[in-house]
Design a protein around this ligand. Structure first.
Ligand code: AN7
Length: 367
């Protein structure tokens, strides 16, 4: 039977009943792609897999949570939803709200949303309000408005979002037949790392796996409140999706890290861009900058010395790594979301007149 979205696939584990009207775009069931080169970089028969969440219907992992959040909002009689967003949540909310035939309001930091995401929200009919402020201002206002007006909040402060997003962990265990040893994720509002940890624990309780992964979260260096243990007033990073200074799921993320004996660390914009380029050039997987934070994090850990608190680096140093270590890196959003980033990589086409000789020369071949 064809795939009908995460609610139909994992219904007993989600907060839905037979009465819930399912609003779906057939999200989920995204590929888990083996990366030969990353595996080789880790060494010792390691297997590194990329969970490619950019292949969801709106191009990010947000669709998993949004199918549950919008379905439940409709069930409760909501006729409008609202979210604060660095872009991807707004694209998903707009799409699922359009599908459900309800209004969608999104509050965004002006000028800090990747072009593709803004286009998606506008095209799907959301009322887009650009704030002269940052994401944290937007979330504060959304919480206030959601409490005082008849609009349902679909940020990850809404538990239905976390419930939907945990299904990515289910899928990984179902494909591998066991949980990985390490799971690398970018961290912004910290909803996703919370959701994965919940998913891994529930799937183990359901008897689908024996172990739990160490959760490895990576914030952008200029927007790293959890790492620095303080609110960042003016977060800044090239990875606009994770430009967040006061994450909603802060405490839950700290729990996931400590319970799993994992790590919360930072990656610089240069490391993020280098990892984004590396993944595109070596694995053919083009992701948006924020998504590359998980890959940058893995590469940082492999640099051993630089990552003192890192359990993976420690295992590598001490040669303790189980021989066939399994690592999953989630890449959260598609590269097409943020096409302008190509300029930061100084990549552009070669322009020539349409003659055979010019083209042959441009190809680098001899005439
Ligand atoms: C590509 O869209 O917060 O730690 O408003 O778009 O669960 O927040 C996006 C976050 C990682 C971080 N990668 O996930 C939003 C928003 C991408 C993202 C994250 C986001 P969380």
């Amino acid at each position: 039977m064809s795939w009908r979205g995460i609610i139909e696939a994992y219904r007993p584990f989600l907060p839905v009943s037979n009465k819930t009207p399912v609003v779906t775009l057939n999200e989920g069931n995204t590929p888990l792609i083996f990366s030969p080169r990353l595996s080789e970089m880790v060494g010792r028969e390691a297997s590194v897999y990329i969970k490619y969440e950019g292949l969801n219907p709106t191009g990010s992992f947000k669709d998993r949570g949004m199918t549950v959040a919008i379905s439940r909002a409709i069930e409760k009689g909501s006729r409008a939803v609202i979210c604060a967003s660095t872009g991807n949540t707004s694209a998903a909310a707009a799409a699922y709200a359009a599908r459900a035939g309800i209004d969608c309001f999104v509050l965004l930091p002006k000028g800090k949303i990747a072009r593709g995401k803004l286009a998606q929200a506008l095209m799907c009919g959301a009322k887009v309000i650009a704030l002269r402020g940052n994401f944290d201002d937007a979330l504060r206002l959304v919480r206030d408005i959601g409490e005082n007006y008849p609009v349902a909040i679909v940020n990850s402060t809404n538990q239905d979002r976390i419930e939907g997003q945990k299904t990515a962990a289910f899928e990984i265990v179902d494909v591998l037949g066991e949980a990985p040893d390490y799971h690398f994720l970018p961290v912004g509002n910290a909803g996703n790392i919370t959701a994965y940890w919940k998913g891994y624990r529930e799937w183990r309780e359901a008897g689908r796996s024996k172990k739990l992964p160490k959760m490895m979260g990576f914030e952008a260096a200029g927007a790293a409140p959890i790492f620095h243990e303080k609110v960042i007033k003016k977060p800044d990073t090239v990875a606009t999706a994770i430009r967040i200074g006061n994450p909603a799921s802060w405490k839950q993320a700290e729990m996931a890290i400590s319970q799993s004996h994992g790590l919360m660390d930072i990656v610089t914009d240069d490391e993020i861009l280098a990892a984004q380029k590396w993944l595109a050039m070596n694995d053919g997987i083009f992701v948006e900058p924020a998504s590359a934070a998980s890959i940058a994090g893995l590469i940082k850990c492999l640099g051993k010395a630089s990552c003192r608190k890192c359990p993976l680096a420690a295992e590598l140093r001490a040669s303790l790594l189980p021989k066939a270590v399994t690592i999953v890196c989630t890449v959260t959003g598609h590269g097409l979301k943020d096409p302008d980033v190509v300029d930061l990589h100084h990549l552009k086409p070669v322009t020539v007149w349409p003659s055979r000789d010019r083209v042959i020369k441009a190809m680098g071949l001899s005439l």
